[in-house]
Write a protein that binds this ligand. Structure first.
Ligand code: 4AZ
Length: 231
């Protein structure tokens, strides 16, 4: 998170992080007791063995109160590793997560996209500047502006087409998600409306962060169908 501040998991109890073979890789959102919403690019090309989900922890260097193995990745056949279309994954957990009041909670997927110019919350352990490499030890958060669709498309008009499964958000030049925040939530009115997906650099004035639009029809249908199968 660029341009944010430290927070604690009690402010964002739906936020989890993903490790692969013990190494932090991405964020995610707990959307049911055995399903985590994240980005397809976080798990693409990997097998679930070696992946763990960590809930209830503010810091990467403290032991999380809840750790679960991942047994299955669910991604859309429409996911494109070239243009990040349908960058959404559901991670099926081996055992249920017990909710801990004030630390571990579920959040519902968004049914209607935020209106343009609304402010939404992003959070994660990603780097605090584009040129940093180490994730933040303590979870961070900030509020970003969801761009009207036309402003989003215009920002990336020279870089191929944005798909209808994407939305943009940022405070241009100041606040953005960045490397390591991928898979984490953009939250509006208590629902997860975006998944940190990609962008050109971080907090650059011309290039807002791009998020998977959870309420877009294809993404919403994929999430609902998958949740119905795995609970
Ligand atoms: C990344 O590399 C990444 N500024 C995540 C978010 C953004 C850019 C890059 C958005 O994971």
């Amino acid at each position: 998170i660029v341009g944010g501040k430290e927070t604690t998991i009690s402010e964002v109890p739906y936020l989890v992080y993903l490790r692969q073979n013990g190494y932090f890789i991405c964020g995610g959102s707990l959307i049911s007791s055995r399903a985590v919403l994240s980005a397809a690019h976080c798990v693409y090309g990997s097998q679930p063995e070696g992946f763990t989900v960590h809930a209830g922890a503010s810091r990467l260097d403290q032991e999380a109160p809840v750790v679960r193995n991942v047994v299955m990745f669910h991604t859309s056949p429409s996911y494109s590793a070239t243009n990040f279309d349908m960058d959404v994954a559901l991670l099926q957990l081996q055992e249920v997560v017990f909710l801990i009041p004030g630390k571990v909670a579920t959040i519902s997927p968004c049914r209607n996209p935020p209106e343009g110019n609304a402010y939404a919350r992003i959070s994660g352990w990603g780097v605090t500047r584009e040129n940093n490499h180490e994730p933040a030890e303590q979870v961070r958060t900030t509020m970003v502006r969801v761009l009207p669709g036309a402003e989003c498309k215009l920002s990336y008009s020279g870089y191929g087409q944005l798909s209808d499964s994407m939305l943009c958000a940022a405070v241009r030049g100041l606040r953005d998600s960045c490397s390591g925040d991928s898979g984490g939530p953009l939250v509006y009115r208590g629902q997860v409306c975006g998944i940190v997906s990609w962008g050109f650099g971080c907090a650059r004035p011309s290039f807002p962060g791009v998020y998977t639009d959870v309420a877009s029809e294809r993404v919403h249908d994929f999430i609902e169908l998958t949740l119905r199968r795995i609970g």
